[in-house]
Write a protein that binds this ligand. Sequence first.
Ligand SMILES: [Zn+2]
Length: 700
Amino acid sequence: MTRLRFTVDHQSPHSKARAARFQTLHGEVLTPVFMPVGTQATVKGQTVDSLKAVGSRVLLANTYHLLLRPGREVFKRFGGIHRFMNWDGPVLTDSGGFQIFSLPGDRTMTEDGATFRSYVDGTLHLLSPESSIEMQRAIGSDIMMVLDQCIPSTAAYAQAEAAMELTHRWARRSLDARGDSPQALFGIVQGACHPALRKKSATFLSQLPFDGLAIGGLAVGETHAERYEFTGLVTDYLPADRPRYLMGVGTPIDILEAVHRGVDMFDCIIPSQVAQRGTAFTSHGKIKCARAVYKFSEEPLDAACDCQTCRDYSRAYLHHLVKADEMLGWHLLTVHNLAYYHRLMREMRASILRNEFLAFYAKKRLELARSDEANPSVFPAKAKVTRAPHRGDYEIVQSPQGFFSIRQISSGEIMHSVNRPSDEADAVYIAQSRLATRILLPAASSTNGYSYGAPPAPAPADGCAELVIWDVGLGAGSNAMAAIACFEQVLALHGASALRPLRIVSFECDLDPLILATAKSGRFPHLQHAAPHGLLGAGRWTHASGLLTWELVHGDFLAHFEGATAPDLIFYDPFSAKTDAALWTPEVFARLFACCRTKSVELFTYSASTAVRVALLSAGFFVAEGVGTGPKAATTVAFTSRAGRTHPPLAAQLLGAAWLARWRRSQSRFPAALPAEEHPAFAARLEAHPQFGGVPPVRA
Ligand SMILES: [Zn+2]
């Protein structure tokens, strides 16, 4: 028997919806139930009385925020959150996992837990399964949650599997840490959008003595259809005799769909969040109170609602409060929205008990899909001229083979025009640079105790130091995402202790291509990942392992590269010399060469033109023939030192006498900007390059 004494009152036929009840230390809870979010031990702008008046029964509080402020000593002094905030009903606390992994800021992940810096006072904290339970015990919540590793629902299989396995180990530790506390404890099913992982996680956690099970990691990046699908998939594997909680969900229609799929408990900030923006859920659909149509309206917000807001105030007054940005407007709309949510839950429960849930579901879905039906603000649209999705100077184009690329409208140039962008990225940049091998630590050092939780041990050679990639010309993120995919594969195969830290520095002056492609990631599968969102949002994204950092240098490459961490690998992929000539000159490559002198650097680029190779050679690089890709017969690789030392496979392909002979006959033998009188000296220097050792310089 679990601590909650969960009993199902009625199970719907032809639907997984069920009405149930459970007992907490602070009274009984009837399900389906919606739990308002009281992050800082307060539901924003609400008093305990206003919460009780709208029908709130269980509140959710955030362990992470309460740990940092006011801190556990305050809860110990007060004997828990109930007396502290004057709430005598049940409280559920999350574990802090979601905040740790989703809020910006440095953190270090280990098997033990996550170390992070307080946003309140800068002190270091360790959030481990044990410390999270200890804090939740101090808070004295009725239901505690295990610490889990949250990752985006769009995470790749390997990353999702690693996070799930860690979450499982943490789940066992959390149960041990709970000990004989009378507080209930829920496990959290993870596995992103991978059916096999979700099934495995639900099955594994169901066998442990949890009092309930939660579905985590949804509502963080997936589509609504995916969320419904995975909710239904997971509840198929959860035991019928314990409550099921879908974390962080959602809108009224999301909740309706999840109840239909067998979920009992929900929490979400939406009722208060949309209230702050002046929006109310009503029986006529969603209403935006700021609209001028309500300026003189004497009607209540929702005639079908009996909350204090609808009883005592007019739409005109609410309109005025919202326009004046008065806090009473936020308060009154939150009161109404919470009343709306709780009424929806009660109606669902009643329809289940009456055996009429399916009919209720069918009718309510239509109602919830409406928005402000009484006062439509959008007039029927005229037939539109369709145009490809575009942003700024860029648009999405589809190739005859069916894949999508980004085209610069002004120049007409298509990024990675010749074949699927990810194929070109893999062939030219990832495979040729042997990236998978280079991010592995030398075999010997994988057993020296170095793990990603500890500070990196002093590297015996540069084989253990951070590997730095410069991604010049971020574009739609093809090359950087190919590198991230490669990293995630190697991590899955070898584990974190076998990897060097990887830093990708992307240079880009115009983010429109990435913003455009990320918004249409259905056409750019490589962007269906948390990383581009993180990079666009914060200029930086860190992999959950802490081993991979992706940074954006926003601006002109030529103005910024000399200040960046020196690279090991350069993916040189700006627009062509025709579109962006400034990035392909001998002077630029000379500056690049000077900047890279302290390391043995390899540069990869899609161009195989004589002019580009001449520019690289004249700058001092050793230049080799790179692989062909699509219809291109060759690309170019350049090294700062003799290739034999850094890259044996390509050393054999260093340009030699045959290329030199072709160069002597070439039309583009000299840089276009070079005055004719300097041609002989330039030619002499080129022929004297150590790469062509033995070929005597031509004397004028
Ligand atoms: Zn109301």
